[in-house]
Ligand binder design. Sequence first.
Ligand code: SAM
Length: 286
Amino acid sequence: MAPDSNNQQPDFTARELTDTEYEEIRLMIYNLCRLSFDKDKKQLVQYRLGKRLRDLGFDSYRQYLKFVKSQESGEELTALINALTTNLTYFFREPDHYDFLTEEIFKPYSKMPRDTRLRLWSAGCASGEEAYTIAMVMREAIPDLERRDALILATDISTRVLDIARKGIYTIERFKDTPDALREKYFEPVDINGQTHFRALPSLTQFIRFRHLNLMGEWPMKNDMDVIICRNVMIYFDRETQGLLVNRYYEQLKPGGFLIVGHSETLTGVKHAYEHYKKTIHKKSE
Ligand SMILES: C[S@@+](CC[C@H](N)C(=O)[O-])C[C@H]1O[C@@H](n2cnc3c(N)ncnc32)[C@H](O)[C@@H]1O
C-alpha cells in the first residue's frame, strides 16, 4: 500500500480506475463470460474491485491487472469474476414458476413409471436458493421421490456463491417469501456466532448437484433436460449473447421440455424455435 508521505494515510487517488483500465476489464470479462458492463458502470466496477486491491495491497489497477494476467492458475481472475457478478436471489422468488413446476411437471411426473428420468437445471443458481426451492416443491408434489430418478443440476460461474450454495446455510431474511411450515420441514436451525441460521437438510440436498460452469464454455452434461430455469441471468448479457444462449438451451432440452426465464426477461427480438407457452415459459416442440 502506498502511504501518504506525511501522515501514513493510504493514498486512495492512486487507486483511481482510468478509462483505459476500465476498458481492459470490460473486455476481459466480456471475452470470458459475456457479461457486458456499460461505459457508465465504471464507478460500480471500481467500488467492487476496490476491496480486492486493498486486500492484496496493490496501489493501482495497472499493477493489479498485470497480476491477474500473469497468474497461470487463473485464481485471481476467478476472484475478479466473483467480485463483479451480481448474485441477488432468495427462496420462492417469482413464485408462479414454482406453481408451474408443481402442476405441469412434478404432478404429471409422479404418475409416470418409477424409472422415468427427470432432470432440471438451475442455470445461474447464485447461492442456491432457486435450486433448494425447486427441491422443496418437488418433494411436496412427489410422494415417492426418494425412489425415483429425479435430479436438479445447479450451476454458476461464481465460486464464491457456489460455496454458500453447497453449505446450504442461510439467514432468516432469505426466507421472507417461504411458508414457515416448509422452512421448518426442510431446514434445521444452526447457531452461528449467536445468530440463528437455517441449514438445508439431506431431504433436499440429496436431489441437488452444484457445479461450477461458465455458460459461455463447454457444457459437459447430457442433453436431456426436462426443464431449464435461467432467471435473472440473461439481463446481464447483450442481445446477441442472449440469442446464442437460448438456442443452446434448446439443444439441451428434451423434446417437449421447457425453458423458464425471469419476469424481467424476454425472448422478443431473439431468433429461436420455442413455442410460446406462457409468459416467461417457452416450450421445445414434442
Ligand atoms: C442475479 S443471479 C440470479 C439467481 C437466480 N437465478 C434468481 O433468479 O434468483 C445471476 C447469476 O448468474 C451468474 N452468471 C452470470 N454470468 C454467468 C456465466 N457466464 N456463466 C454462469 N453463470 C453466470 C452470476 O454469477 C449470478 O450468480
